[in-house]
Design a protein around this ligand. Sequence first.
Ligand code: SF4
Length: 286
Amino acid sequence: MSSSSKALGNMEVFIDKILRSVKETIERFSLLKEKESLFVAISGGKDSLSLADILWRLGYEVRGFFIDLGIDNYSEKSREACEVFCRERGIPLLVIDVQKEMGATIKDVKSKAGRAPCSVCGMVRRYLMNAVPLRYGVETLATGHNLDDEVNVIFWNILRWDLGSLARQSPLLPRSHPRFTKKVKPLCLTYEKEIAKYAEAIGIRPVEERCPLSRGATLLELKEFLNQIEEKNPGIKRGFYEGFLIRRKRWEEETQLNLRECKLCGQPTTREICSFCRLRESIKGG
Ligand code: SF4
């Protein structure tokens, strides 16, 4: 056997291994029903595009879900990467424009509402990822969070003892309210480096630009710190995450939320008007 056909064979074995391990994760946490129809939130990055590809190969009825944040060149290039990816696979793509939904781009919000772009961006994306699938009659949305992302965010929330966020950190957020979209994270047990290798193996072309509004170095520093620990103790992140899932239940019970419907949009919220509508109103009012 020539060295190139041997390398090709090894690559096929690796692709197959990733497909099987994601399938096992889906089965272990009962994330999806067989052939379930769902949106996959794609940003143009390697993780979300790989997830869409994996679920598509596993036979799910995948639809791409891209949120155009209106961040100059970065959003344009990200959208292009998603369009090319979906076109190559015949996957339908839904593009949601933040400017149309909110009356301002993420960049505008900084000046109009005087809030840090990343915190607004996170809140707006969470809102749209919940509200929009329901508009289209789709009950499930999958996101490309990998094991490293999950461990990083859990550490960050522990550092701030944000129990509410810790309670929501789960491979599956079920449809516990008629106005909730089910959220699943099929890559939660897959390391980032494995996904990078998978993306390369199947020829995914992710967006290369970085968001110009990217947050301060704290989360990146934490990520590097955790990577160094993993390097010296291979598997420690996986062990930590498994341990977290066992303990999470307690925090979930402690932070049971009293939800009602937002007076303006009807989405579940703990207040009279949800944070998305409050922000939208504040932008309208200048
Ligand atoms: S870096 Fe911040 S503003 Fe840019 S996409 Fe990420 S969260 Fe949004």
